[in-house]
Ligand binder design. Sequence first.
Ligand SMILES: [Zn+2]
Length: 342
Amino acid sequence: MILALSLLITTVHAHADCSAFRPIEEALACTPTATSKTAEWSEFLQYRYEAARRSSDEIYRTYRAGQWNPDNFSSCALQQQDLDNLKIAIPVRFFELSLAELSRSRDPSIQAFVKEVTVRSTGNNILPFRLVGHIRQDDSAQGLAGFHRGHQSIFMNFDQIPARDWLIIYTHELFHALDSKLIEGMQAYGDPQVNEKIHDLIASGKALKELSPDERGVVKNWLIGGLNRGYLAEARAWSLTLQFYTTLKKEKLQVVIPWLEDILKERRAGESDFMLMLRYLDKRFIDPTENIFAKPLIQESLAKVRERIRDGGIQVDLGSLRAYAVERQEPLRATLKNLPKR
Ligand SMILES: [Zn+2]
């Protein structure tokens, strides 16, 4: 009996669920005939695309409920035209529906964030968003999700992101897109004149202590630019991701994510989300050692910069992302509590 039941369950799971594609099926039932007028055909094409949008909504809903099986794309015998339509419609709808989910929050920081993302993604302001996972052949984007620093585009692989984590990862990637320090960092780090100067300094064979204050400044700013694309960019984005996660969880718009809870557990008394993430990521960001980073001058300078960020000698902050941060009040409250009673 148990065996029969488990066989039945396996069969049910292996069977593709094509219900999300019902709108497409319905549209196809209205396919004009060979003798139909051009206008009818163009109307049909429009209708067929709208069906792909409705299917995308259904895929999103099913995915967020943790019930989407990516094999449905191949198992449901879709025509190439509909797959092409879905390729366009799914990222658009996933982007919009995710933002709509966030817009249900009453939190002022999240509302400000939703507003900014809406401005940036409508009209002429195009915030590139690339969704992979729906088309199996597209494996150009590796990993779960990311922000492509060069193209300044976001990609997310919904095939691999657990439904539970989706909204949080989405928020995280959008923070990168809104982070002006990341863009500045890329410019500072990639500046050809600065790079030339760095190479000259390496070629001079001087040690860090032999550099003039100006030269040291050039190396330091170049390295901070580099960190602003990597370690510091992640600390900024993750600190706000944690803040949004905590708020959304309180509002019952997000379920518990154990791996984020593990990070939150590491918080020291009175520590801000940003300080927590700076500390948490510091030990996880291993400095590069290849090419230019193999040079002793750069190695020594980078170690120094990392150390000074750690001890507060180099001030780092959230930059433009500060607009979405809520300052934690614990230290203030702790001080007030300790005041002698009058
Ligand atoms: Zn990131």
